[in-house]
Unconditional design. Structure first.
Length: 520
């Protein structure tokens, strides 16, 4: 938006030499008739018909006027037209003008229209204090350029600052419906073409709403910064933060401190202290206390990592059509909490296209009493419920019988199946090993150590109830007291319960000492 009308007005009222401290006289160039009598205002001459004044290079025309030559001022009436010789950009019209040549003050009244090649200003009252370089209106004005219409009750222009202040009921409307802005106090820089707003401010267009209490908007490049209770919403998404930066042309948004982004279409909430949004939330990156929340089977999944990146992915459904799904990447110090399972890993990938959760980097998955580890884990979600998981490269499952005795299952490839959120079957492939403690009415009967190429274990209440050794089985049951503690645990045994998040906010807890022990 360009509001150079006020700058033009400075030139328009009189030439630069007039505005200097040196006084110059107003010249009368023409009038059809000139009258002077005691019935006319004291010291005035009444000019009628084709009246024209000149002060330096500024020309003023009107239908009639009172000219106070001794006071170096005039009152102009009807069809007032002021312009500057040799400058077609200078043009102002009104029904009345009082011009003070000595005081450097000009006052336009009634149907004031100021225009140049780019801007039109309309008001009923416009004054300019030439000595202090301040122009102002107090009874409302409308300023229009090729793209924008701005209205306000009051306005002040500070020439030496290249700044215009708009006050009370400020409304900025883009003609192409890009947005409408409502505010009580706005400062506009005529050089940078930037609107600075103060106090509660609202932005609207057909689909978006924004609110802030302080900030700026550059009308030249469509960039904006919003601060203090900053809020952005559309029918599907919203972002709230201490401050927001928006680049409309490139469709980029940045949010800082106490960020909360909601995608109601995808049923996702993201929080953190730094967020990047591109292409209307098609991709979102969040860091610094990042957390993602989503509802699954009337339960909430909480996910944290150093960085969370979510984006819209395109998947080919068949030869004729494609579908879009949201994918989620989470990197470093990753923890996940859901009431029926929890995870700790280095990185996580999840795509809603196939509902497969991928865990990389020494992942640990807890499901009820079971601790599940492997070099790489895949968890398959069906209808928002964990259906089964696959463990690759030394899968290891531990379940606690008591604080000393742990059932253990190990193999190169392990698949576990859930029914009603409970692990009920485990298939172990290649170099399968088990250590479990058979019980009778809750009492441990001994230690069963076995291995086989392939094993299927059926569980009830998270305890092994039946084991099927499918090839080359070797199994030995030892009396409990015949084995030392280390003989009842596989060499890879490591109980990681202190890592496990017990509550949603535990996903932010990280224990370096345990991490160092795990790396050893």
């Amino acid at each position: 938006m360009r509001l150079v009308s006020f700058i033009t007005f400075l030139i328009l009222v009189t030439s630069s030499s007039i505005y200097a401290q040196k006084k110059t006289q107003i010249e009368l160039l023409s009038a059809k008739s000139i009258k002077s009598s005691q019935h006319i205002k004291a010291g005035a001459r009444r000019l009628i018909g084709n009246v024209k004044f000149k002060q330096d290079s500024t020309i003023m025309e009107c239908d009639s006027a009172y000219f106070y030559a001794d006071q170096n001022m005039f009152d102009a009436f009807s069809n007032v037209h002021l312009y500057k010789i040799g400058n077609d950009n200078v043009d102002v019209k009104s029904e009345f003008l009082r011009h003070y040549g000595n005081r450097k003050m000009a006052s336009f009244r009634k149907n004031v229209v100021l225009r140049d090649n780019q801007v039109i200003l309309r008001t009923d009252s416009l004054d300019y204090d030439i000595k202090r370089d301040i122009g102002y209106y107090l009874n409302g004005a409308e300023i229009e350029d090729s793209a924008t219409i701005l209205t306000s009750a009051k306005g002040h222009y500070y020439h030496h600052k290249n700044t215009i202040y708009f006050k009370d009921d400020v409304v900025v409307i883009h003609k192409d419906s890009t947005y409408e802005m409502y505010n009580d106090t706005v400062a506009y820089n005529t050089i940078t073409e930037t609107v600075n707003f103060y106090g509660p401010t609202q932005f609207y267009n057909d689909t978006n709403y924004m609110y802030a209490e302080f900030g700026w908007y550059n009308t030249r490049n469509n960039q904006a910064f919003f601060k203090q209770n900053a809020l952005y919403t559309n029918p599907k998404q919203s972002i709230k933060a201490d401050s927001l930066y928006m680049d409309r042309d490139n469709d980029i948004g940045l949010a800082y401190s106490n960020v909360k982004a909601i995608d109601s279409a995808e049923n996702i909430i993201i929080t953190g202290n730094y967020l990047e949004v591109r292409k209307s939330m098609e991709s979102v990156l969040v860091t610094d206390s990042a957390m993602l929340m989503t509802v699954m089977e009337n339960d909430t999944l909480y996910l944290h990592g150093d960085t969370i990146y979510t984006y819209i992915d395109t998947v080919m459904v068949n030869d004729d059509s494609i579908a879009t799904y949201r994918s989620i990447n989470c990197f470093h110090h990753v923890k996940l909490f859901k009431s029926d399972f929890q995870v700790k890993t280095d990185s996580l990938f999840f795509s809603l296209s196939d509902s497969v959760l991928e865990f990389h980097g020494s992942p640990v998955l807890w499901a009820e009493k079971n601790q599940i580890t492997a070099k790489y884990i895949e968890a398959f979600v069906v209808n928002e419920v964990m259906d089964h998981f696959k463990l690759y490269e030394t899968g290891f499952i531990i379940s606690e019988h008591d604080s000393v005795h742990y059932n253990q299952i190990k193999g190169q490839e392990v698949t576990g199946y859930f029914k009603k959120n409970e692990l009920y079957r485990i298939d172990v492939e290649k170099k399968s090993e088990t250590i479990y403690f058979p019980t009778d009415e809750g009492e441990i009967m001994g230690v069963n150590k076995a291995n086989s190429d392939n094993i299927s274990i059926f569980l009830k209440d998270n305890e092994p109830k039946r084991i099927i050794y499918r090839s080359s089985p070797k199994s030995t049951v030892y009396p409990l007291n015949d084995l030392q503690l280390k003989e009842m645990r596989m060499k890879e045994f490591l109980w990681l319960e202190e890592w496990r998040p017990k509550y949603p906010l535990d996903i932010f807890n990280w224990k370096p000492k345990v991490e160092e022990e795990l790396e050893k």
